[in-house]
Write a protein that binds this ligand. Sequence first.
Ligand SMILES: [Zn+2]
Length: 360
Amino acid sequence: MPTKSRAAILVEPNSPLVVDEVTFPDPGPGQVLVKLFASGICHSQLHQIHRTPETAHSGTHAQYPTLLGHEATGVVAATGPDVEHVREGDHVITTWVDRALEEGAPPRARTEAQWNGMSVNVGGATWTEHTLISERMVVPMSKDVATDVTSIIGCAVLTGSGVIMNTLDVGIADSVAVFGAGGVGLCALAAAQVAGAYPIIAVDLSDEKLEFAQRFGATHTVNASDGDPVEAIRILTDGGVEFAIDAIGAPSTQEQILHAARPGVVGLRKGGTACLVGAVQTQGRIDVEELRISQRTYTGTRGSASRPDRDFPIYLRWFQEGKLDLNGMVTKRYTLDQINDAVDDLTAGRITGRSIIVYD
Ligand SMILES: [Zn+2]
């Protein structure tokens, strides 16, 4: 029987979201219907809402109308044929990266809902009371674990902590600088602490966010509005960090991470690594001759080489052991009806940490 659900619908870019009832079909082969507990509000969705011809090339190629959101927790309400790793009643984390992708796997089947006689793109959306999602994007979690703040594991933690553990393989005593102390940046700082990195430098434009970052593992902070953050990092680290991470994706930070990584020494060692994590709306300019001479590595990541089936249980363990303070990181909660306020607050930079939607 089809499921009616209230959802935030983006009818077209650059317009307020419409909260209305959509209808999901029964789950097909390999699909799961999930009743959501909570969803994170990820910065990357702003790019999909505030779309310009200049930015239309980047990120997800959305079709409209569309539902949004891509990190959540919920309870499995129904499963389609061929779904074996979760069953009705299981608590799950939903995400946007395949939980255990195998070489040569077919593309995930498209998911759609109906609204006003129109087909609405779903694609694992989480700003909706229910979602219809591929079983490949659903990871089971224990019923003992809180279901509100863990909703940000599916993107913020996956991306931020994943870049430290998977993409960069940060190790003990490695120096790390993270540009951007939002949800992804804070998760990177926390993971750097777990990995034993030192120093762990948070860079942001807001003193409030930098002070907040110290609760999540930052051992030093640099306010980039006080002067050149690269110079400040070089002074703190005697020449540059082993790993410089851009969790923002602005032209200035794309360039600054290159220079914040320590240069190599000819005949002795290669340079440090700069890693671009934040989605790019406007391209910066990377000086490739500087890159060559300094023997640094400039890399990027989307999804941080994550394997959700393998990684999420570890992140849940960190959360339960107090190493990943998701309760502290989630600073604001909204109802689905407040979704446009939530988007406005995030757009205006009024969110410290991460905000979430909590469903009834
Ligand atoms: Zn995200």
